[in-house]
Write a protein that binds this ligand. Structure first.
Ligand SMILES: C=C(O[C@H]1C=CC=C(C(=O)O)[C@@H]1O)C(=O)O
Length: 439
């Protein structure tokens, strides 16, 4: 594959209402999907360009490679909405020490929808004319389910690790650390993976339904999105389960909102995002201000409540969304505070490579715009069907190990339900009268 082929790109608009559920247009075995509320983009056809990146400079190198590739591209875009024109799908490893490749991928065909505008993008790398006609999605194949088993960290190891982190925090080395655990399953190779995405999209429509290079899930957290010069991020930290009965559910939400432990966990995450974004821009121009929600609000998902804060800012001149991804990753919603000490401790304490769990997943456009989620509530699904799901939680000084384990169970539900037998029941047995004693 030529390192930097001269891509020819054509986007045409479709008659509104032409497209079916977008995930159906993806490849059954290697879906490329980035959707929310039914809008977004799906790649298929041939992989025209794929680059892998490793190590501490993986995001910067990807940004450089993307800017070279786009400088050679000829783009005719008749839709001009986010996701139309030339787009690269990407997923980055959480840790600079990961063995897992971070990737940027350009497929030959992209189908998308945004605010009622539907489009097809065709791309060629051999100087032939791109044919932007819509192809029917492949018929759905087998829908096999998988059952999860304990991964590298069982309940006892997890609780010991939480206690250890609480001790580290007590000794003043850290203020917060996000500790994760894993589950393993085997999805039969012949399974049509679109079923999994379809179920996630149906149950968690407000989340980013993503699938890039085997990394698949439904994440509620926007790392960063850029449209023109407008920058948005949504920081999540602080979690409680949903209650089945309305009054219990409301009580749980109120307890979450007034919980000093969760508020503290949340504050660290917001501060880390604001610090990263302000490091790129001096915001001396009043039109370029950086603002965050004055206080966290409650975000309801089918399986959990979160404390959430929205951040708005302006893209510094001559920057792209990947520059912001590079600055932000990892926020203290998935790493910790202080960042460096937390990352070293995560590498030491977790007995597995996070791979791309909790890393940035999303897309970048030819002009440097794009949408990136944090790859949460998901799994790495290898080509042979080996599936590793991950979930973590923020540990602070007052964390209690048993509560932290339960929290990872709620967070594993989206993927477990979508992959295991039986119909999806996002509430499941999450009928609680409280959410722990960690305050
Ligand atoms: C690390 C995860 O969630 C993060 C995002 C929201 C709430 C979190 C928390 O309450 O700990 C985590 O910071 C995960 O889902 O694996």
């Amino acid at each position: 594959m030529n390192q930097f082929p001269s891509l020819r790109v054509r986007t045409v608009r479709l008659e509104p209402g032409t497209l079916r559920q977008l995930w159906r247009y993806s490849d059954p075995h290697s879906p490329l999907v980035f959707l929310r509320n039914g809008d977004g983009i799906v790649g298929s056809g041939q992989i025209l360009w794929r680059r892998e990146f490793f190590g501490p400079d993986r995001i910067r190198e990807a940004a450089d490679a993307w800017s070279k590739l786009t400088s050679f591209a000829e783009v005719k875009d008749r839709a001009k909405v986010p996701g139309s024109g030339l787009v690269g799908f990407g997923a980055f490893a959480f840790s600079e020490n990961s063995q897992q490749a971070s990737v940027l991928i350009v497929p030959s065909l992209i189908v998308g929808r945004r605010d009622g505008i539907e489009f097809v993008t065709a791309i060629t790398a051999d100087s032939t004319k791109p044919d932007a006609s819509l192809r029917d999605p492949a018929p759905l194949g087998p829908d096999e389910r998988a059952v999860f088993e304990t991964g590298e960290m069982d309940v006892v190891q997890h609780q010991q690790a939480v206690d250890h982190v609480v001790d580290l925090i007590g000794s003043g080395v850290l203020s917060k650390l996000v500790l994760a655990r894993d589950l393993i399953a085997k999805l039969p190779e012949w399974t049509d993976r679109r079923h999994l995405i379809g179920r996630l999209a149906e149950t968690y429509p407000d989340c980013w339904n993503y699938s890039v290079d085997g990394l698949t899930g439904a994440s509620p957290e926007t790392l960063v999105r850029v449209r023109g010069r407008e920058v948005r991020a949504r920081v999540l930290a602080g979690t409680a389960p949903r209650g089945l009965e309305e009054h219990i559910d409301r009580d749980i939400a109120e307890q979450l909102k007034s919980s000093p432990k969760n508020q503290q966990e949340h504050r660290f995450a917001v501060e880390s995002a604001l610090h990263a974004l302000s490091s790129l821009n001096d915001y001396t121009d009043p039109g370029d201000s950086l603002t965050a929600s004055p206080e966290p609000f409650l975000l309801a998902l089918p399986n959990v409540w979160h404390l959430a804060s929205d951040i708005r800012g302006t893209l510094p001149l001559d920057h792209t969304v990947l520059d912001l991804v590079q600055a932000l990753h990892p926020t203290a919603a998935v790493g910790g505070t202080p960042r460096k000490a937390a990352l070293e401790a995560i590498d030491r304490i977790e007995p597995f490579d996070r791979r791309r769990y909790a890393g940035p997943v999303g897309w970048i456009g030819a002009k440097g715009d794009g949408e990136w989620a944090i790859a949460l509530r998901g799994a790495e699904i290898d080509p042979d069907g080996t599936t590793t799901a991950y979930a973590g939680g923020g540990i602070v000084a007052t964390s209690v190990a048993a509560d932290e384990f339960r929290e990872t169970e709620w967070k594993l539900r989206p993927l477990q339900d979508a992959l295991s037998s039986g119909s999806i029941d996002p509430y499941g047995d999450a009928l609680f009268t409280g959410f722990g004693t960690g305050d």
